[in-house]
Each structure stands twice: as C-alpha cells, then as structure tokens.
Ligand binder design. Structure first.
Ligand SMILES: [Zn+2]
Length: 143
C-alpha cells in the first residue's frame, strides 16, 4: 500500500480540522465482492465517506467538507511502506507457487516472518500449501 497525501478538511459544524488519509495504490489481492455491492479488500484499510467529527461528534460526509490543505506523506514512512510492499509481493509469489503446485517453494516464501499486518492471509495460504491444495480458494477472514 502506498499512502497518498493527508487531506485537511474543515468540519461544517464546529469548523475544527479533520484529517482524511488517502491511498495512492494498494494490493487488492484477496478482495471479496458481495452481491449487495459490498467489497472487502483485506490488504487495504477502510476509507469511509460518512464519518464522525473527532471534535464535535457530528456525522458528516467527508466529501462535502471544505478542503483547506494537504500534507504529503513523510519520507520516514518509506521504509515501512517498502517492507509492506515486499511482504505483499512475497505472499503473492507464494500464492502463485501454490497454484502451480510448487508447494515447497511456496513454503520457503512463507517461512520468514512478515513485518506488516498480513497474518491471516499468510496463515490461510500456509494451510492450503500444507494440505497440497492448488485450487483458488476464497479468503475467509475472521475478526
Ligand atoms: Zn466538528
């Protein structure tokens, strides 16, 4: 996931400032689409459009708030983002190896610890590798 700028908006009720985090790009691996239009993207954070102001608790549509500024992501995050990107790529490579039936190579990719928050995706794929299952499976995440 690559973070975009943080947009600073002004609350319509209390005129205090609200931060809106943005995402430039991200991994949609494991996305589940539901018939009611809901989309679950396990490797990306939720970006709700209807939010509660952290200052006055008013419920507001974030897109309707005036944009008063923009803060570019700090460079210090680069190391963390690169680690996450590396981990996402490693999980994706393990999944490709699994689907090709190259289970030993998939196990090697999944053996090293992951720096980012992918433990459920990793354990699901690891279980499929251990049971020598090479078919695509739905990722069922538990809370
Ligand atoms: Zn407010």
């Amino acid at each position: 996931m690559i973070l975009g700028p943080t947009i600073i908006r002004k609350c319509l009720e209390c005129f205090d400032l609200i931060e809106e985090f943005t995402i430039l790009s991200g991994n949609t691996f494991g996305t589940i689409f539901w018939t009611d239009g809901k989309t679950q993207v396990p490797m990306l954070p939720d970006q709700p459009r209807f939010v509660k102001c952290p200052h006055c608790q008013a419920l507001v549509w974030i897109d309707e708030l005036e944009e008063v500024g923009k803060v570019e992501p700090i460079l210090g995050n680069e190391i963390y983002k690169n680690a996450k990107s590396y981990d996402n790529n490693r999980v994706m490579m393990a999944e490709i190896k699994r689907e090709l039936g190259q289970f030993e190579e998939a196990e090697i990719l999944l053996r090293k610890p992951f720096a980012s928050e992918l433990p459920q995706a990793v354990s699901i794929i690891r279980e499929l590798v251990q049971s020598r299952e090479s078919f695509v499976a739905e990722m069922e995440f538990k809370d």
